[in-house]
Design a protein around this ligand. Structure first.
Ligand SMILES: NC(=O)c1ccc[n+]([C@@H]2O[C@H](COP(=O)([O-])OP(=O)(O)OC[C@H]3O[C@@H](n4cnc5c(N)ncnc54)[C@H](O)[C@@H]3O)[C@@H](O)[C@H]2O)c1
Ligand SMILES: [Zn+2]
Length: 352
């Protein structure tokens, strides 16, 4: 048995409990608890994992709804139910549910008790910890937000059985990213269980969720407010976010991260920072097994990728920002990536 998972934060400390029992009914019965549930998750799990929750607030789930307007609508629904300052919001869903209901919980009455049960692989293995909530605003993704960790997190592996193939592989992108950041031991362990993971064997998936959270822990605890080490979690995201935006979100977040890690490898290779052997190992044993599709990327889309990278909110300095995995699994962030280098990496990967 692994040690229980517990995170510390300047705002509050919080536990992550892995449970596959009657937690939902138990929490919903507590005084002042209002459940806010992803409408799809409710449809799939109301008679199973979520039995015992009555009349939750159902959240519409898509990026267009990750806005102030939905937060206002949710606050209205909560107040209609006479939700009080001493109440608890129990959120159940993926990253969108986390962002919308977490933002509401962090601002209503200047912050109320908030419990979160993540239901996607991405949210279980990655986004549920770290304490960020984000909303889209106008054309900008995730530009409004608060730092507000949940008071408690419950991970129930039973949710993952109903996840679509695309959402499952999107989550695997973040799992792979975290295992590379974890260093050679974690990365090679993941290589060895990759077959079980991509065929969704429960034990392998649950272990990888647990390991991902443990790897992420020091990054967010030592640098809660993104001043240094936490930036490394952006591995795969520099190109990844840009690919999501340039394809109008046809590329999912996690698949963008996989492509982003492949592209960072091409740049690191060309800069002489990543030798052929490790580059090939990462590509063949970690990145390509979790890549489900490669989007069409004609010239105008490549231009849009570069344009999006110019607007990266993590960018500082003249060049573009890029986090790379270098020899010895050493992670490095550079701020001097040129547009020509970025285009050459896109050409290199898409010509293969
Ligand atoms: N706040 C953070 O730290 C943070 C970090 C990473 C990502 N995010 C945000 O998270 C969002 C992506 O999150 P996500 O990938 O979890 O997706 P999501 O919340 O958009 O859910 C993806 C789809 O899966 C469905 N779904 C959820 N759980 C399911 C289940 N158990 N079975 C079947 N279907 C299920 C949803 O209804 C939705 O259709 C993005 O908006 C991203 O910006 C936030
Ligand atoms: Zn991510």
């Amino acid at each position: 048995m692994n040690e229980p998972l517990h995170f510390s934060s300047k705002l509050r400390d919080y536990p992550v409990d892995v449970r596959d029992d009657g937690w939902a009914a138990e929490l919903a019965a507590q005084k002042g608890v209002v459940a806010v549930v992803d409408e799809n998750v409710w449809r799939l799990h109301r008679d199973g994992v979520l039995a015992g929750i009555d009349d939750p607030i159902l959240l519409p789930i898509d990026e267009e709804h990750k806005t102030f307007a939905t937060v206002a609508w949710l606050c209205d629904r909560l107040l209609e139910r006479r939700f009080q300052r001493a109440g608890t919001v129990l959120s159940i869903g993926g990253g969108i549910t986390q962002d919308v209901s977490g933002y509401a919980a962090s601002t209503l009455y200047r912050g109320v008790r908030w419990l979160f049960a993540p239901t996607t692989l991405l949210a279980q293995a990655d986004s549920c910890v770290g304490g960020k909530t984000s909303l889209n605003f106008g054309a900008y993704k995730n530009i409004l937000g608060t730092m507000y960790p949940p008071h408690g997190i419950v991970i129930d592996p039973r949710f993952l059985a109903t996840l679509s193939r695309d959402d499952f592989f999107s989550g695997l992108g973040e799992v792979v990213k975290l295992h590379v950041l974890g260093g050679p031991e974690h990365a090679r362990h993941l290589e060895n269980v990759m077959g079980s993971l991509t065929s969704r064997k429960g034990g392998a998936v649950a272990d990888s969720v647990d390991a991902s959270l443990r790897i992420k822990k020091p990054y967010i605890e030592e640098d809660e407010f993104d001043r240094g080490r936490r930036n490394m979690l952006n591995f795969g995201h520099c190109f990844g976010h840009a690919l999501e935006a340039a394809t109008d979100f046809a590329v999912s977040h996690g698949q963008g991260v996989v492509l982003g890690m492949l592209l960072a490898g091409v740049v690191a290779g060309r800069r002489g920072l990543l030798g052929d052997a490790l580059q090939k190992e990462l590509e063949e044993r970690l990145f390509l097994p979790v890549l489900v599709s490669r989007p069409q990327l004609d010239e105008s889309r490549r231009e849009r990728v570069i344009e999006a990278m110019r607007h990266d909110k993590k960018r500082s300095g003249e060049g573009l920002a890029l986090v790379m995995c270098c020899d010895g699994f050493e992670m490095r962030q550079v701020n001097d990536l040129t547009e020509a280098e970025a285009l050459a990496a896109l050409d290199g990967l898409w010509r293969r």
